[in-house]
Design a protein around this ligand. Sequence first.
Ligand SMILES: Cc1ncc(C[n+]2csc(CCOP(=O)(O)OP(=O)(O)O)c2C)c(N)n1
Ligand SMILES: [Mg+2]
Length: 282
Amino acid sequence: MTLTDSIASKIFNKACLSRAFEEELFQRVSKKEVKIPVYMSAGQEYISATLAVFLEQLSRAEKQIFIQHRGHSTYLSFGGSAEKLIYEILGDKRGCSGGMGGSASIQCRENNIFGHDGMMGSHGPISVGACYGNKKFTLCFAGDAAAEEDYFLAAIAWASTKKLPIWFIVEDNNLSILTEKRVRRCWEMQDVAKSFKMKAFDSSDDPHELWPVLEQCSIEEPLLLNVKTNRLFWHAGAGIDSDETPDLHESWLRKNGKERFERERRKIKTVWESCLKHLEKQ
Ligand SMILES: Cc1ncc(C[n+]2csc(CCOP(=O)(O)OP(=O)(O)O)c2C)c(N)n1
Ligand SMILES: [Mg+2]
């Protein structure tokens, strides 16, 4: 199952949806229509887009997914409703977490996506416990800082010992809020996982590099993937730390044209406006 043009096109579709969502959200946060803290995944969307398409190709329907605060693109790539995410961000009860979780704690019960409680890395042991209990294929998405937590590391070790069908996907944007990895540690996640006798890889988020890595992995076995990526916007809120951050989506737009992306943008804008209209009527 190589990364054909038709597979790349599916990855691009998902990435366009996620980026369109985040760009619209950025505008609405800037205009103060959204007042809660939001954790945007712009720049990182090709990770979940690639993972989701890869698992769709395997026809792996049954899975459970644990995410943390920067999870909009994971939620959307794995089938979460954009409308429910908007309602959530607007604090409405029609939101994916009943309007009480906000951007950081989104979930999608229909698709087995479990939201986060806010304590960094807590979902490591929770996802391992769930997988240990029900043996369902499990994906645990974590940031490079969350994955450093002692309980997260111990959870990886247990998953390896018990040979659980769980994949840890570390979205390595090199940052814990604004603290770079080199200040925080002198080791890499894939090396730690390997020392626990777990299969582990380091890759960039470029689907052309990530896909061949995924082809070497089995959903029957534990795995850790450290995927290097770039966070385009501030840790929380609508702002830009640096204009020089590389943007993978730009190169995909150059190759595929802007039409599909523009279509997603129009769709997302329409959904936002319809959510706001429903709220005004109340
Ligand atoms: C146990 C704990 N320590 C600190 C925090 C404060 N905090 C929230 S997000 C964050 C950085 C998270 O970095 P990472 O896991 O790499 O995810 P990213 O924001 O880069 O996507 C920190 C330090 C917290 N929520 N929980
Ligand atoms: Mg990080």
